[in-house]
Design a protein around this ligand. Sequence first.
Ligand SMILES: NC(=O)c1ccc[n+]([C@@H]2O[C@H](COP(=O)([O-])OP(=O)(O)OC[C@H]3O[C@@H](n4cnc5c(N)ncnc54)[C@H](OP(=O)(O)O)[C@@H]3O)[C@@H](O)[C@H]2O)c1
Length: 316
Amino acid sequence: MKTFTLNDGCSIPALGLGTWKSPADEVTQAVKSALEVGYQHIDAAWIYQNEAAVGKGIHESVKGGAVSRDQIFVTSKLWNTFHQAESVEVGCRETLRELGLDYLDLYLMHWPIAFKPGRAQYKAPEDFYPLSEVPLSETFEAMVALREKGLVKSVGVSNFTQSKLEKLIAETGVVPAVNQVELHPYHPQTELLDYCQAQGILLTAYSPLGSGDRPDSMKQKDEPPLLQNEQVKAIAEQENLSPAQLLIAWAIDRGTVVIPKSTNAQRIAENFAAASHDLSEQARSAIDKLDIQYRYVSPDTWFFPGITYEGEGFWA
Ligand SMILES: NC(=O)c1ccc[n+]([C@@H]2O[C@H](COP(=O)([O-])OP(=O)(O)OC[C@H]3O[C@@H](n4cnc5c(N)ncnc54)[C@H](OP(=O)(O)O)[C@@H]3O)[C@@H](O)[C@H]2O)c1
């Protein structure tokens, strides 16, 4: 498995198993199938509400001798309700308890947004802490302290734009190891990739296959399904790959980590095989030239100027 070296010296496998939307009664087996076939990286999060089942898969695989804990790279994410500095360790320890682990390899701030805990929903400005009250820099510094306590090995962020990264780095003096964002041919974020590569921040590509199993409430009418794109299908055929494999190989070829989600053993193995495919230059440039722009994941109901973001817009 190809690996990348993070700016703190740790190594991260280029392919990981995504677990958002994976039902708890399926994800244990998915994790076991992945580790059996050769994955060494699992992407989890507190909010996915399946970390205990993910942890069970890890433990059963370790117990069965398929892998050892130190051969597996486990990522999790601090949920938006734990942004206050004194809550950060609480959120991390809840995740560790659920996963049954004593450390995480990578801990990410899931969103640059602070929820007030205990609300039934997050739809009105008063459901959020304004960034001026709970600054991202204080949340991130509390995450860095977890590294010093040995609870996490590397610390990063997710859903950060360049302007948010610049501000975070200026305020904390710490360069996040990773920024996990939506990346695929319809949303390649090439400028962000260039900036992060120059800063030594590794990008992880989420929803690399177009996140077709998102809840309907998150979908727009007539959205373009990436895996069904005729050009993607044709290029995949030329490369002797499935469309999903092509998208995975493209992501790694760009120098990003990629974390496709599947709970199907056959597709888990198919996705794993893509990580060792050397993409041809023709295929790379043909995908780079696809001219559809589409972002699949954008919780617009959380975006309030002056509260959950500053400046031009949440994604600016
Ligand atoms: N940081 C964040 O805010 C954030 C946001 C979104 C996602 N993520 C992470 O990124 C991971 C991946 O993103 P995602 O779950 O949104 O979507 P995705 O990986 O782009 O797509 C998942 C969908 O693709 C299907 N699939 C998987 N392999 C396939 C293959 N070889 N051929 C055809 N279909 C295939 C899956 O079905 P089956 O399961 O039936 O195979 C599922 O319906 C998440 O699970 C999560 O870990 C993070």
